[in-house]
Design a protein around this ligand. Structure first.
Ligand SMILES: Nc1ncnc2c1ncn2[C@@H]1O[C@H](COP(=O)(O)OP(=O)(O)OP(=O)(O)O)[C@@H](O)[C@H]1O
Ligand SMILES: [Mg+2]
Length: 254
């Protein structure tokens, strides 16, 4: 689908987003995000860091339109996702949003190449198969294109998931711990691909525990207890470490 005219500077606008889940144990709901407002510009790479359980994955799902927000609004390409019909949102995501899940989410019965080419094929994009092969090569898995996910290591599956997003041509790329299962060298390779992907009309929003990875972003948001605790412009690994420590130390005891 084509995107109607919007303020092209801001691919994502989140305004006063809150998110809670119904608790399995009590009638009270669990509040995971509170009053989160942020914007992501085209060409930008934004990293989200914070302690485990601080709401990073949940925030990413909400920003990608995968989870409905409880309060506030998320706009993608200038459109409030909660106001979109299911089909329209599905199309918007299919054509413009790529997501690398913390748990990879590859389809077990499809080969690496078929997994990487799936979004492009679903969107009936010409050259989807060639793009998939090329991005598999870019993540160092050109030789493994016919392997099923079950025959690949965790790190290799993660790279297939990254190849899938790169091949899809999505203008908004979300990645949840994209280097979590990778060794230093491969992690660096993948990070460079994501760094290069954030250019022109395309943005990358990445959750990471890796301070060096976060420091490669243009901007780092530190999440603590569902709130944006700090924002670092021109981050360095030292400044990210300091901010994460401050977020951890000030967190209330459980
Ligand atoms: N579907 C759900 N139902 C209920 N609670 C949930 C659900 N998803 C997440 N939560 C809760 O929300 C909180 C934040 O979870 P989230 O996965 O966003 O954290 P995170 O910052 O990504 O953590 P990690 O670094 O360990 O991946 C946790 O307390 C979690 O238990
Ligand atoms: Mg997470």
């Amino acid at each position: 689908m084509t995107i109607a005219t919007y303020d092209a500077r801001h691919l994502i606008e989140a305004e006063h987003v809150s998110k809670s889940f119904d608790s399995a144990k009590s009638s009270e709901s669990v509040i995971v995000l509170r009053d989160v407002s942020l914007r992501v510009q085209s060409g930008e790479m934004v990293a989200i860091v914070g302690p485990s359980g601080s709401g990073k994955s949940t925030l990413l799902y909400c920003l990608a339109g995968l989870e409905p927000v409880t309060g506030g609004a998320v706009k993608l390409f200038g459109r409030d996702v909660s106001g979109l019909r299911r089909n329209t949102l599905a199309k918007l995501r299919r054509d413009h949003v790529g997501f690398v899940f913390q748990s990879y989410n590859l389809i077990p019965s499809l080969t690496a190449a078929e997994n990487a080419g799936l979004p492009g094929r679903l969107a009936r994009r010409r050259g989807a198969v060639a793009a998939a092969q090329e991005s598999l090569r870019a993540v160092g898995l050109g030789e493994r294109d016919r392997f099923l996910p079950g025959k690949l290591s965790g790190g290799q599956q993660q790279r297939v998931a990254i190849a899938r997003v790169l091949a899809s041509g999505a203008s908004l790329v979300f990645a949840d711990e994209p280097t979590g299962a990778l060794d230093t060298r491969t992690g660096e390779q993948v990070l460079s691909l994501l760094r290069d992907a954030a250019a022109g009309e395309r943005s990358v929003v990445m959750v990471t525990h890796d301070l060096e990875a976060a420091a490669r972003a243009d901007r780092v948001l530190v999440l603590r207890d569902g709130v944006i605790h700090a924002e670092l412009l021109s981050p360095t690994s030292d400044s990210v470490l300091d901010a994460v420590r401050a977020a951890g130390e000030e967190a209330p005891a459980a």
